[in-house]
Write a protein that binds this ligand. Structure first.
Ligand code: ATP
Length: 277
């Protein structure tokens, strides 16, 4: 079964892990950056993590990925405390596409994607045990549209191509839960739509920090809105993104309205609250 078929099969059988956070608190210096945050990302759904600059989205993603230990609270994946999973198992379960990921060595695109196979190899890094690895890497290169650039060196890639290479590396991990930190910030409109369509099509449990509320309205099933390290709203896009909440959290006059052609809502904004229109 190919990587894509495997994802779609798991989604079709409801065999997807739910991610929950309870009472997650993170203090940095004298600041409480996350204050008793609770979140439920349902299996197979795309949950948007929203909120203004500095509201705590990246910090929460790092906690959900097991990269940062919270001062209080617990993260569970499929009901299992994330801290109880050995590193290699955790890396095969939860994967994060970072906002500013970089590689220090000048690898080719194929080599960057192949890095995602490390958790599937033996302790000594033996590729021999990873019998599916090469096929998965080629399939992922096709999925993210980088097969024609497979031999290109990292240093020669554009920002958007790098972002897609990082998604490729993460998909090569074959995670059950995909965490994305502003995954579309370097992408043109077409690539943004293709990127998020691919994430939806895979049917994985996904949590994506997004600044673009229009993209969130179009691609997310559910949203969690952070402000000052606290959850200010959550639920389906339609239930959570109310005009009062958008006004309080973002300081804008905006609301969701029926899309003129599609059976979904889109964002209509007038301007900053009390500001010029
Ligand atoms: N090492 C640190 N020491 C003190 N404060 C920090 C540290 N790292 C991050 N912060 C603060 O924590 C808060 C949350 O940061 P975080 O990066 O999680 O927010 P964010 O919602 O992802 O922001 P953005 O949308 O701008 O990327 C910010 O106010 C940030 O300044």
């Amino acid at each position: 079964m190919s990587h894509r078929e495997n994802c779609v099969h798991r989604a079709a059988h409801g065999d997807l892990l739910e991610v929950t956070a309870e009472g997650v608190t993170v203090r940095l210096g004298d600041r409480t950056v996350l204050d008793s945050v609770g979140l439920r990302a349902a299996g197979g759904r795309v949950t948007g993590l929203l909120g203004p600059n500095g509201s705590g989205k990246t910090t929460l993603l790092h906690v959900l990925a097991g990269l940062r230990r919270p001062d209080a609270g617990v993260v569970r994946v499929g009901g299992t405390d994330l801290r109880s999973l050995p590193d290699r198992r955790r890396a095969r379960t939860v994967a994060l596409v970072e906002q500013h990921a970089a590689t220090t060595v000048d690898l080719t695109v194929r080599e960057v994607v192949t890095l995602g196979r490390l958790p599937h190899r033996g302790r000594l890094g033996g590729a021999a045990r990873d019998t599916r690895g090469a096929d998965v890497v080629e399939e992922v290169l096709e999925m993210v549209g980088l097969a024609p650039l497979a031999e290109r060196l990292w240093g020669t890639l554009s920002g958007g191509e790098r972002q897609r290479a990082h998604l490729g590396r993460t998909l090569a991990q074959e995670p059950e839960v995909l965490l994305l930190d502003e995954p579309t910030n370097h992408l043109d409109l077409g690539q943004q739509l293709r990127f998020l369509s691919l994430v939806r099509e895979l049917g994985l449990t996904a949590v994506a920090a997004l600044h673009d509320l229009e993209l969130a309205a179009a691609f997310c099933d559910d949203v969690v809105v952070l402000d000052g390290g606290r959850v200010r709203g959550d639920g389906t896009v339609g239930d959570a993104l109310t005009a009062p909440l958008l006004g309080e959290v973002y300081g804008v006059e905006a609301s969701l309205a029926p899309h003129p052609r599609l059976p979904r809502q889109h964002l209509v904004w007038d301007g900053p609250s009390g500001g010029p229109r």
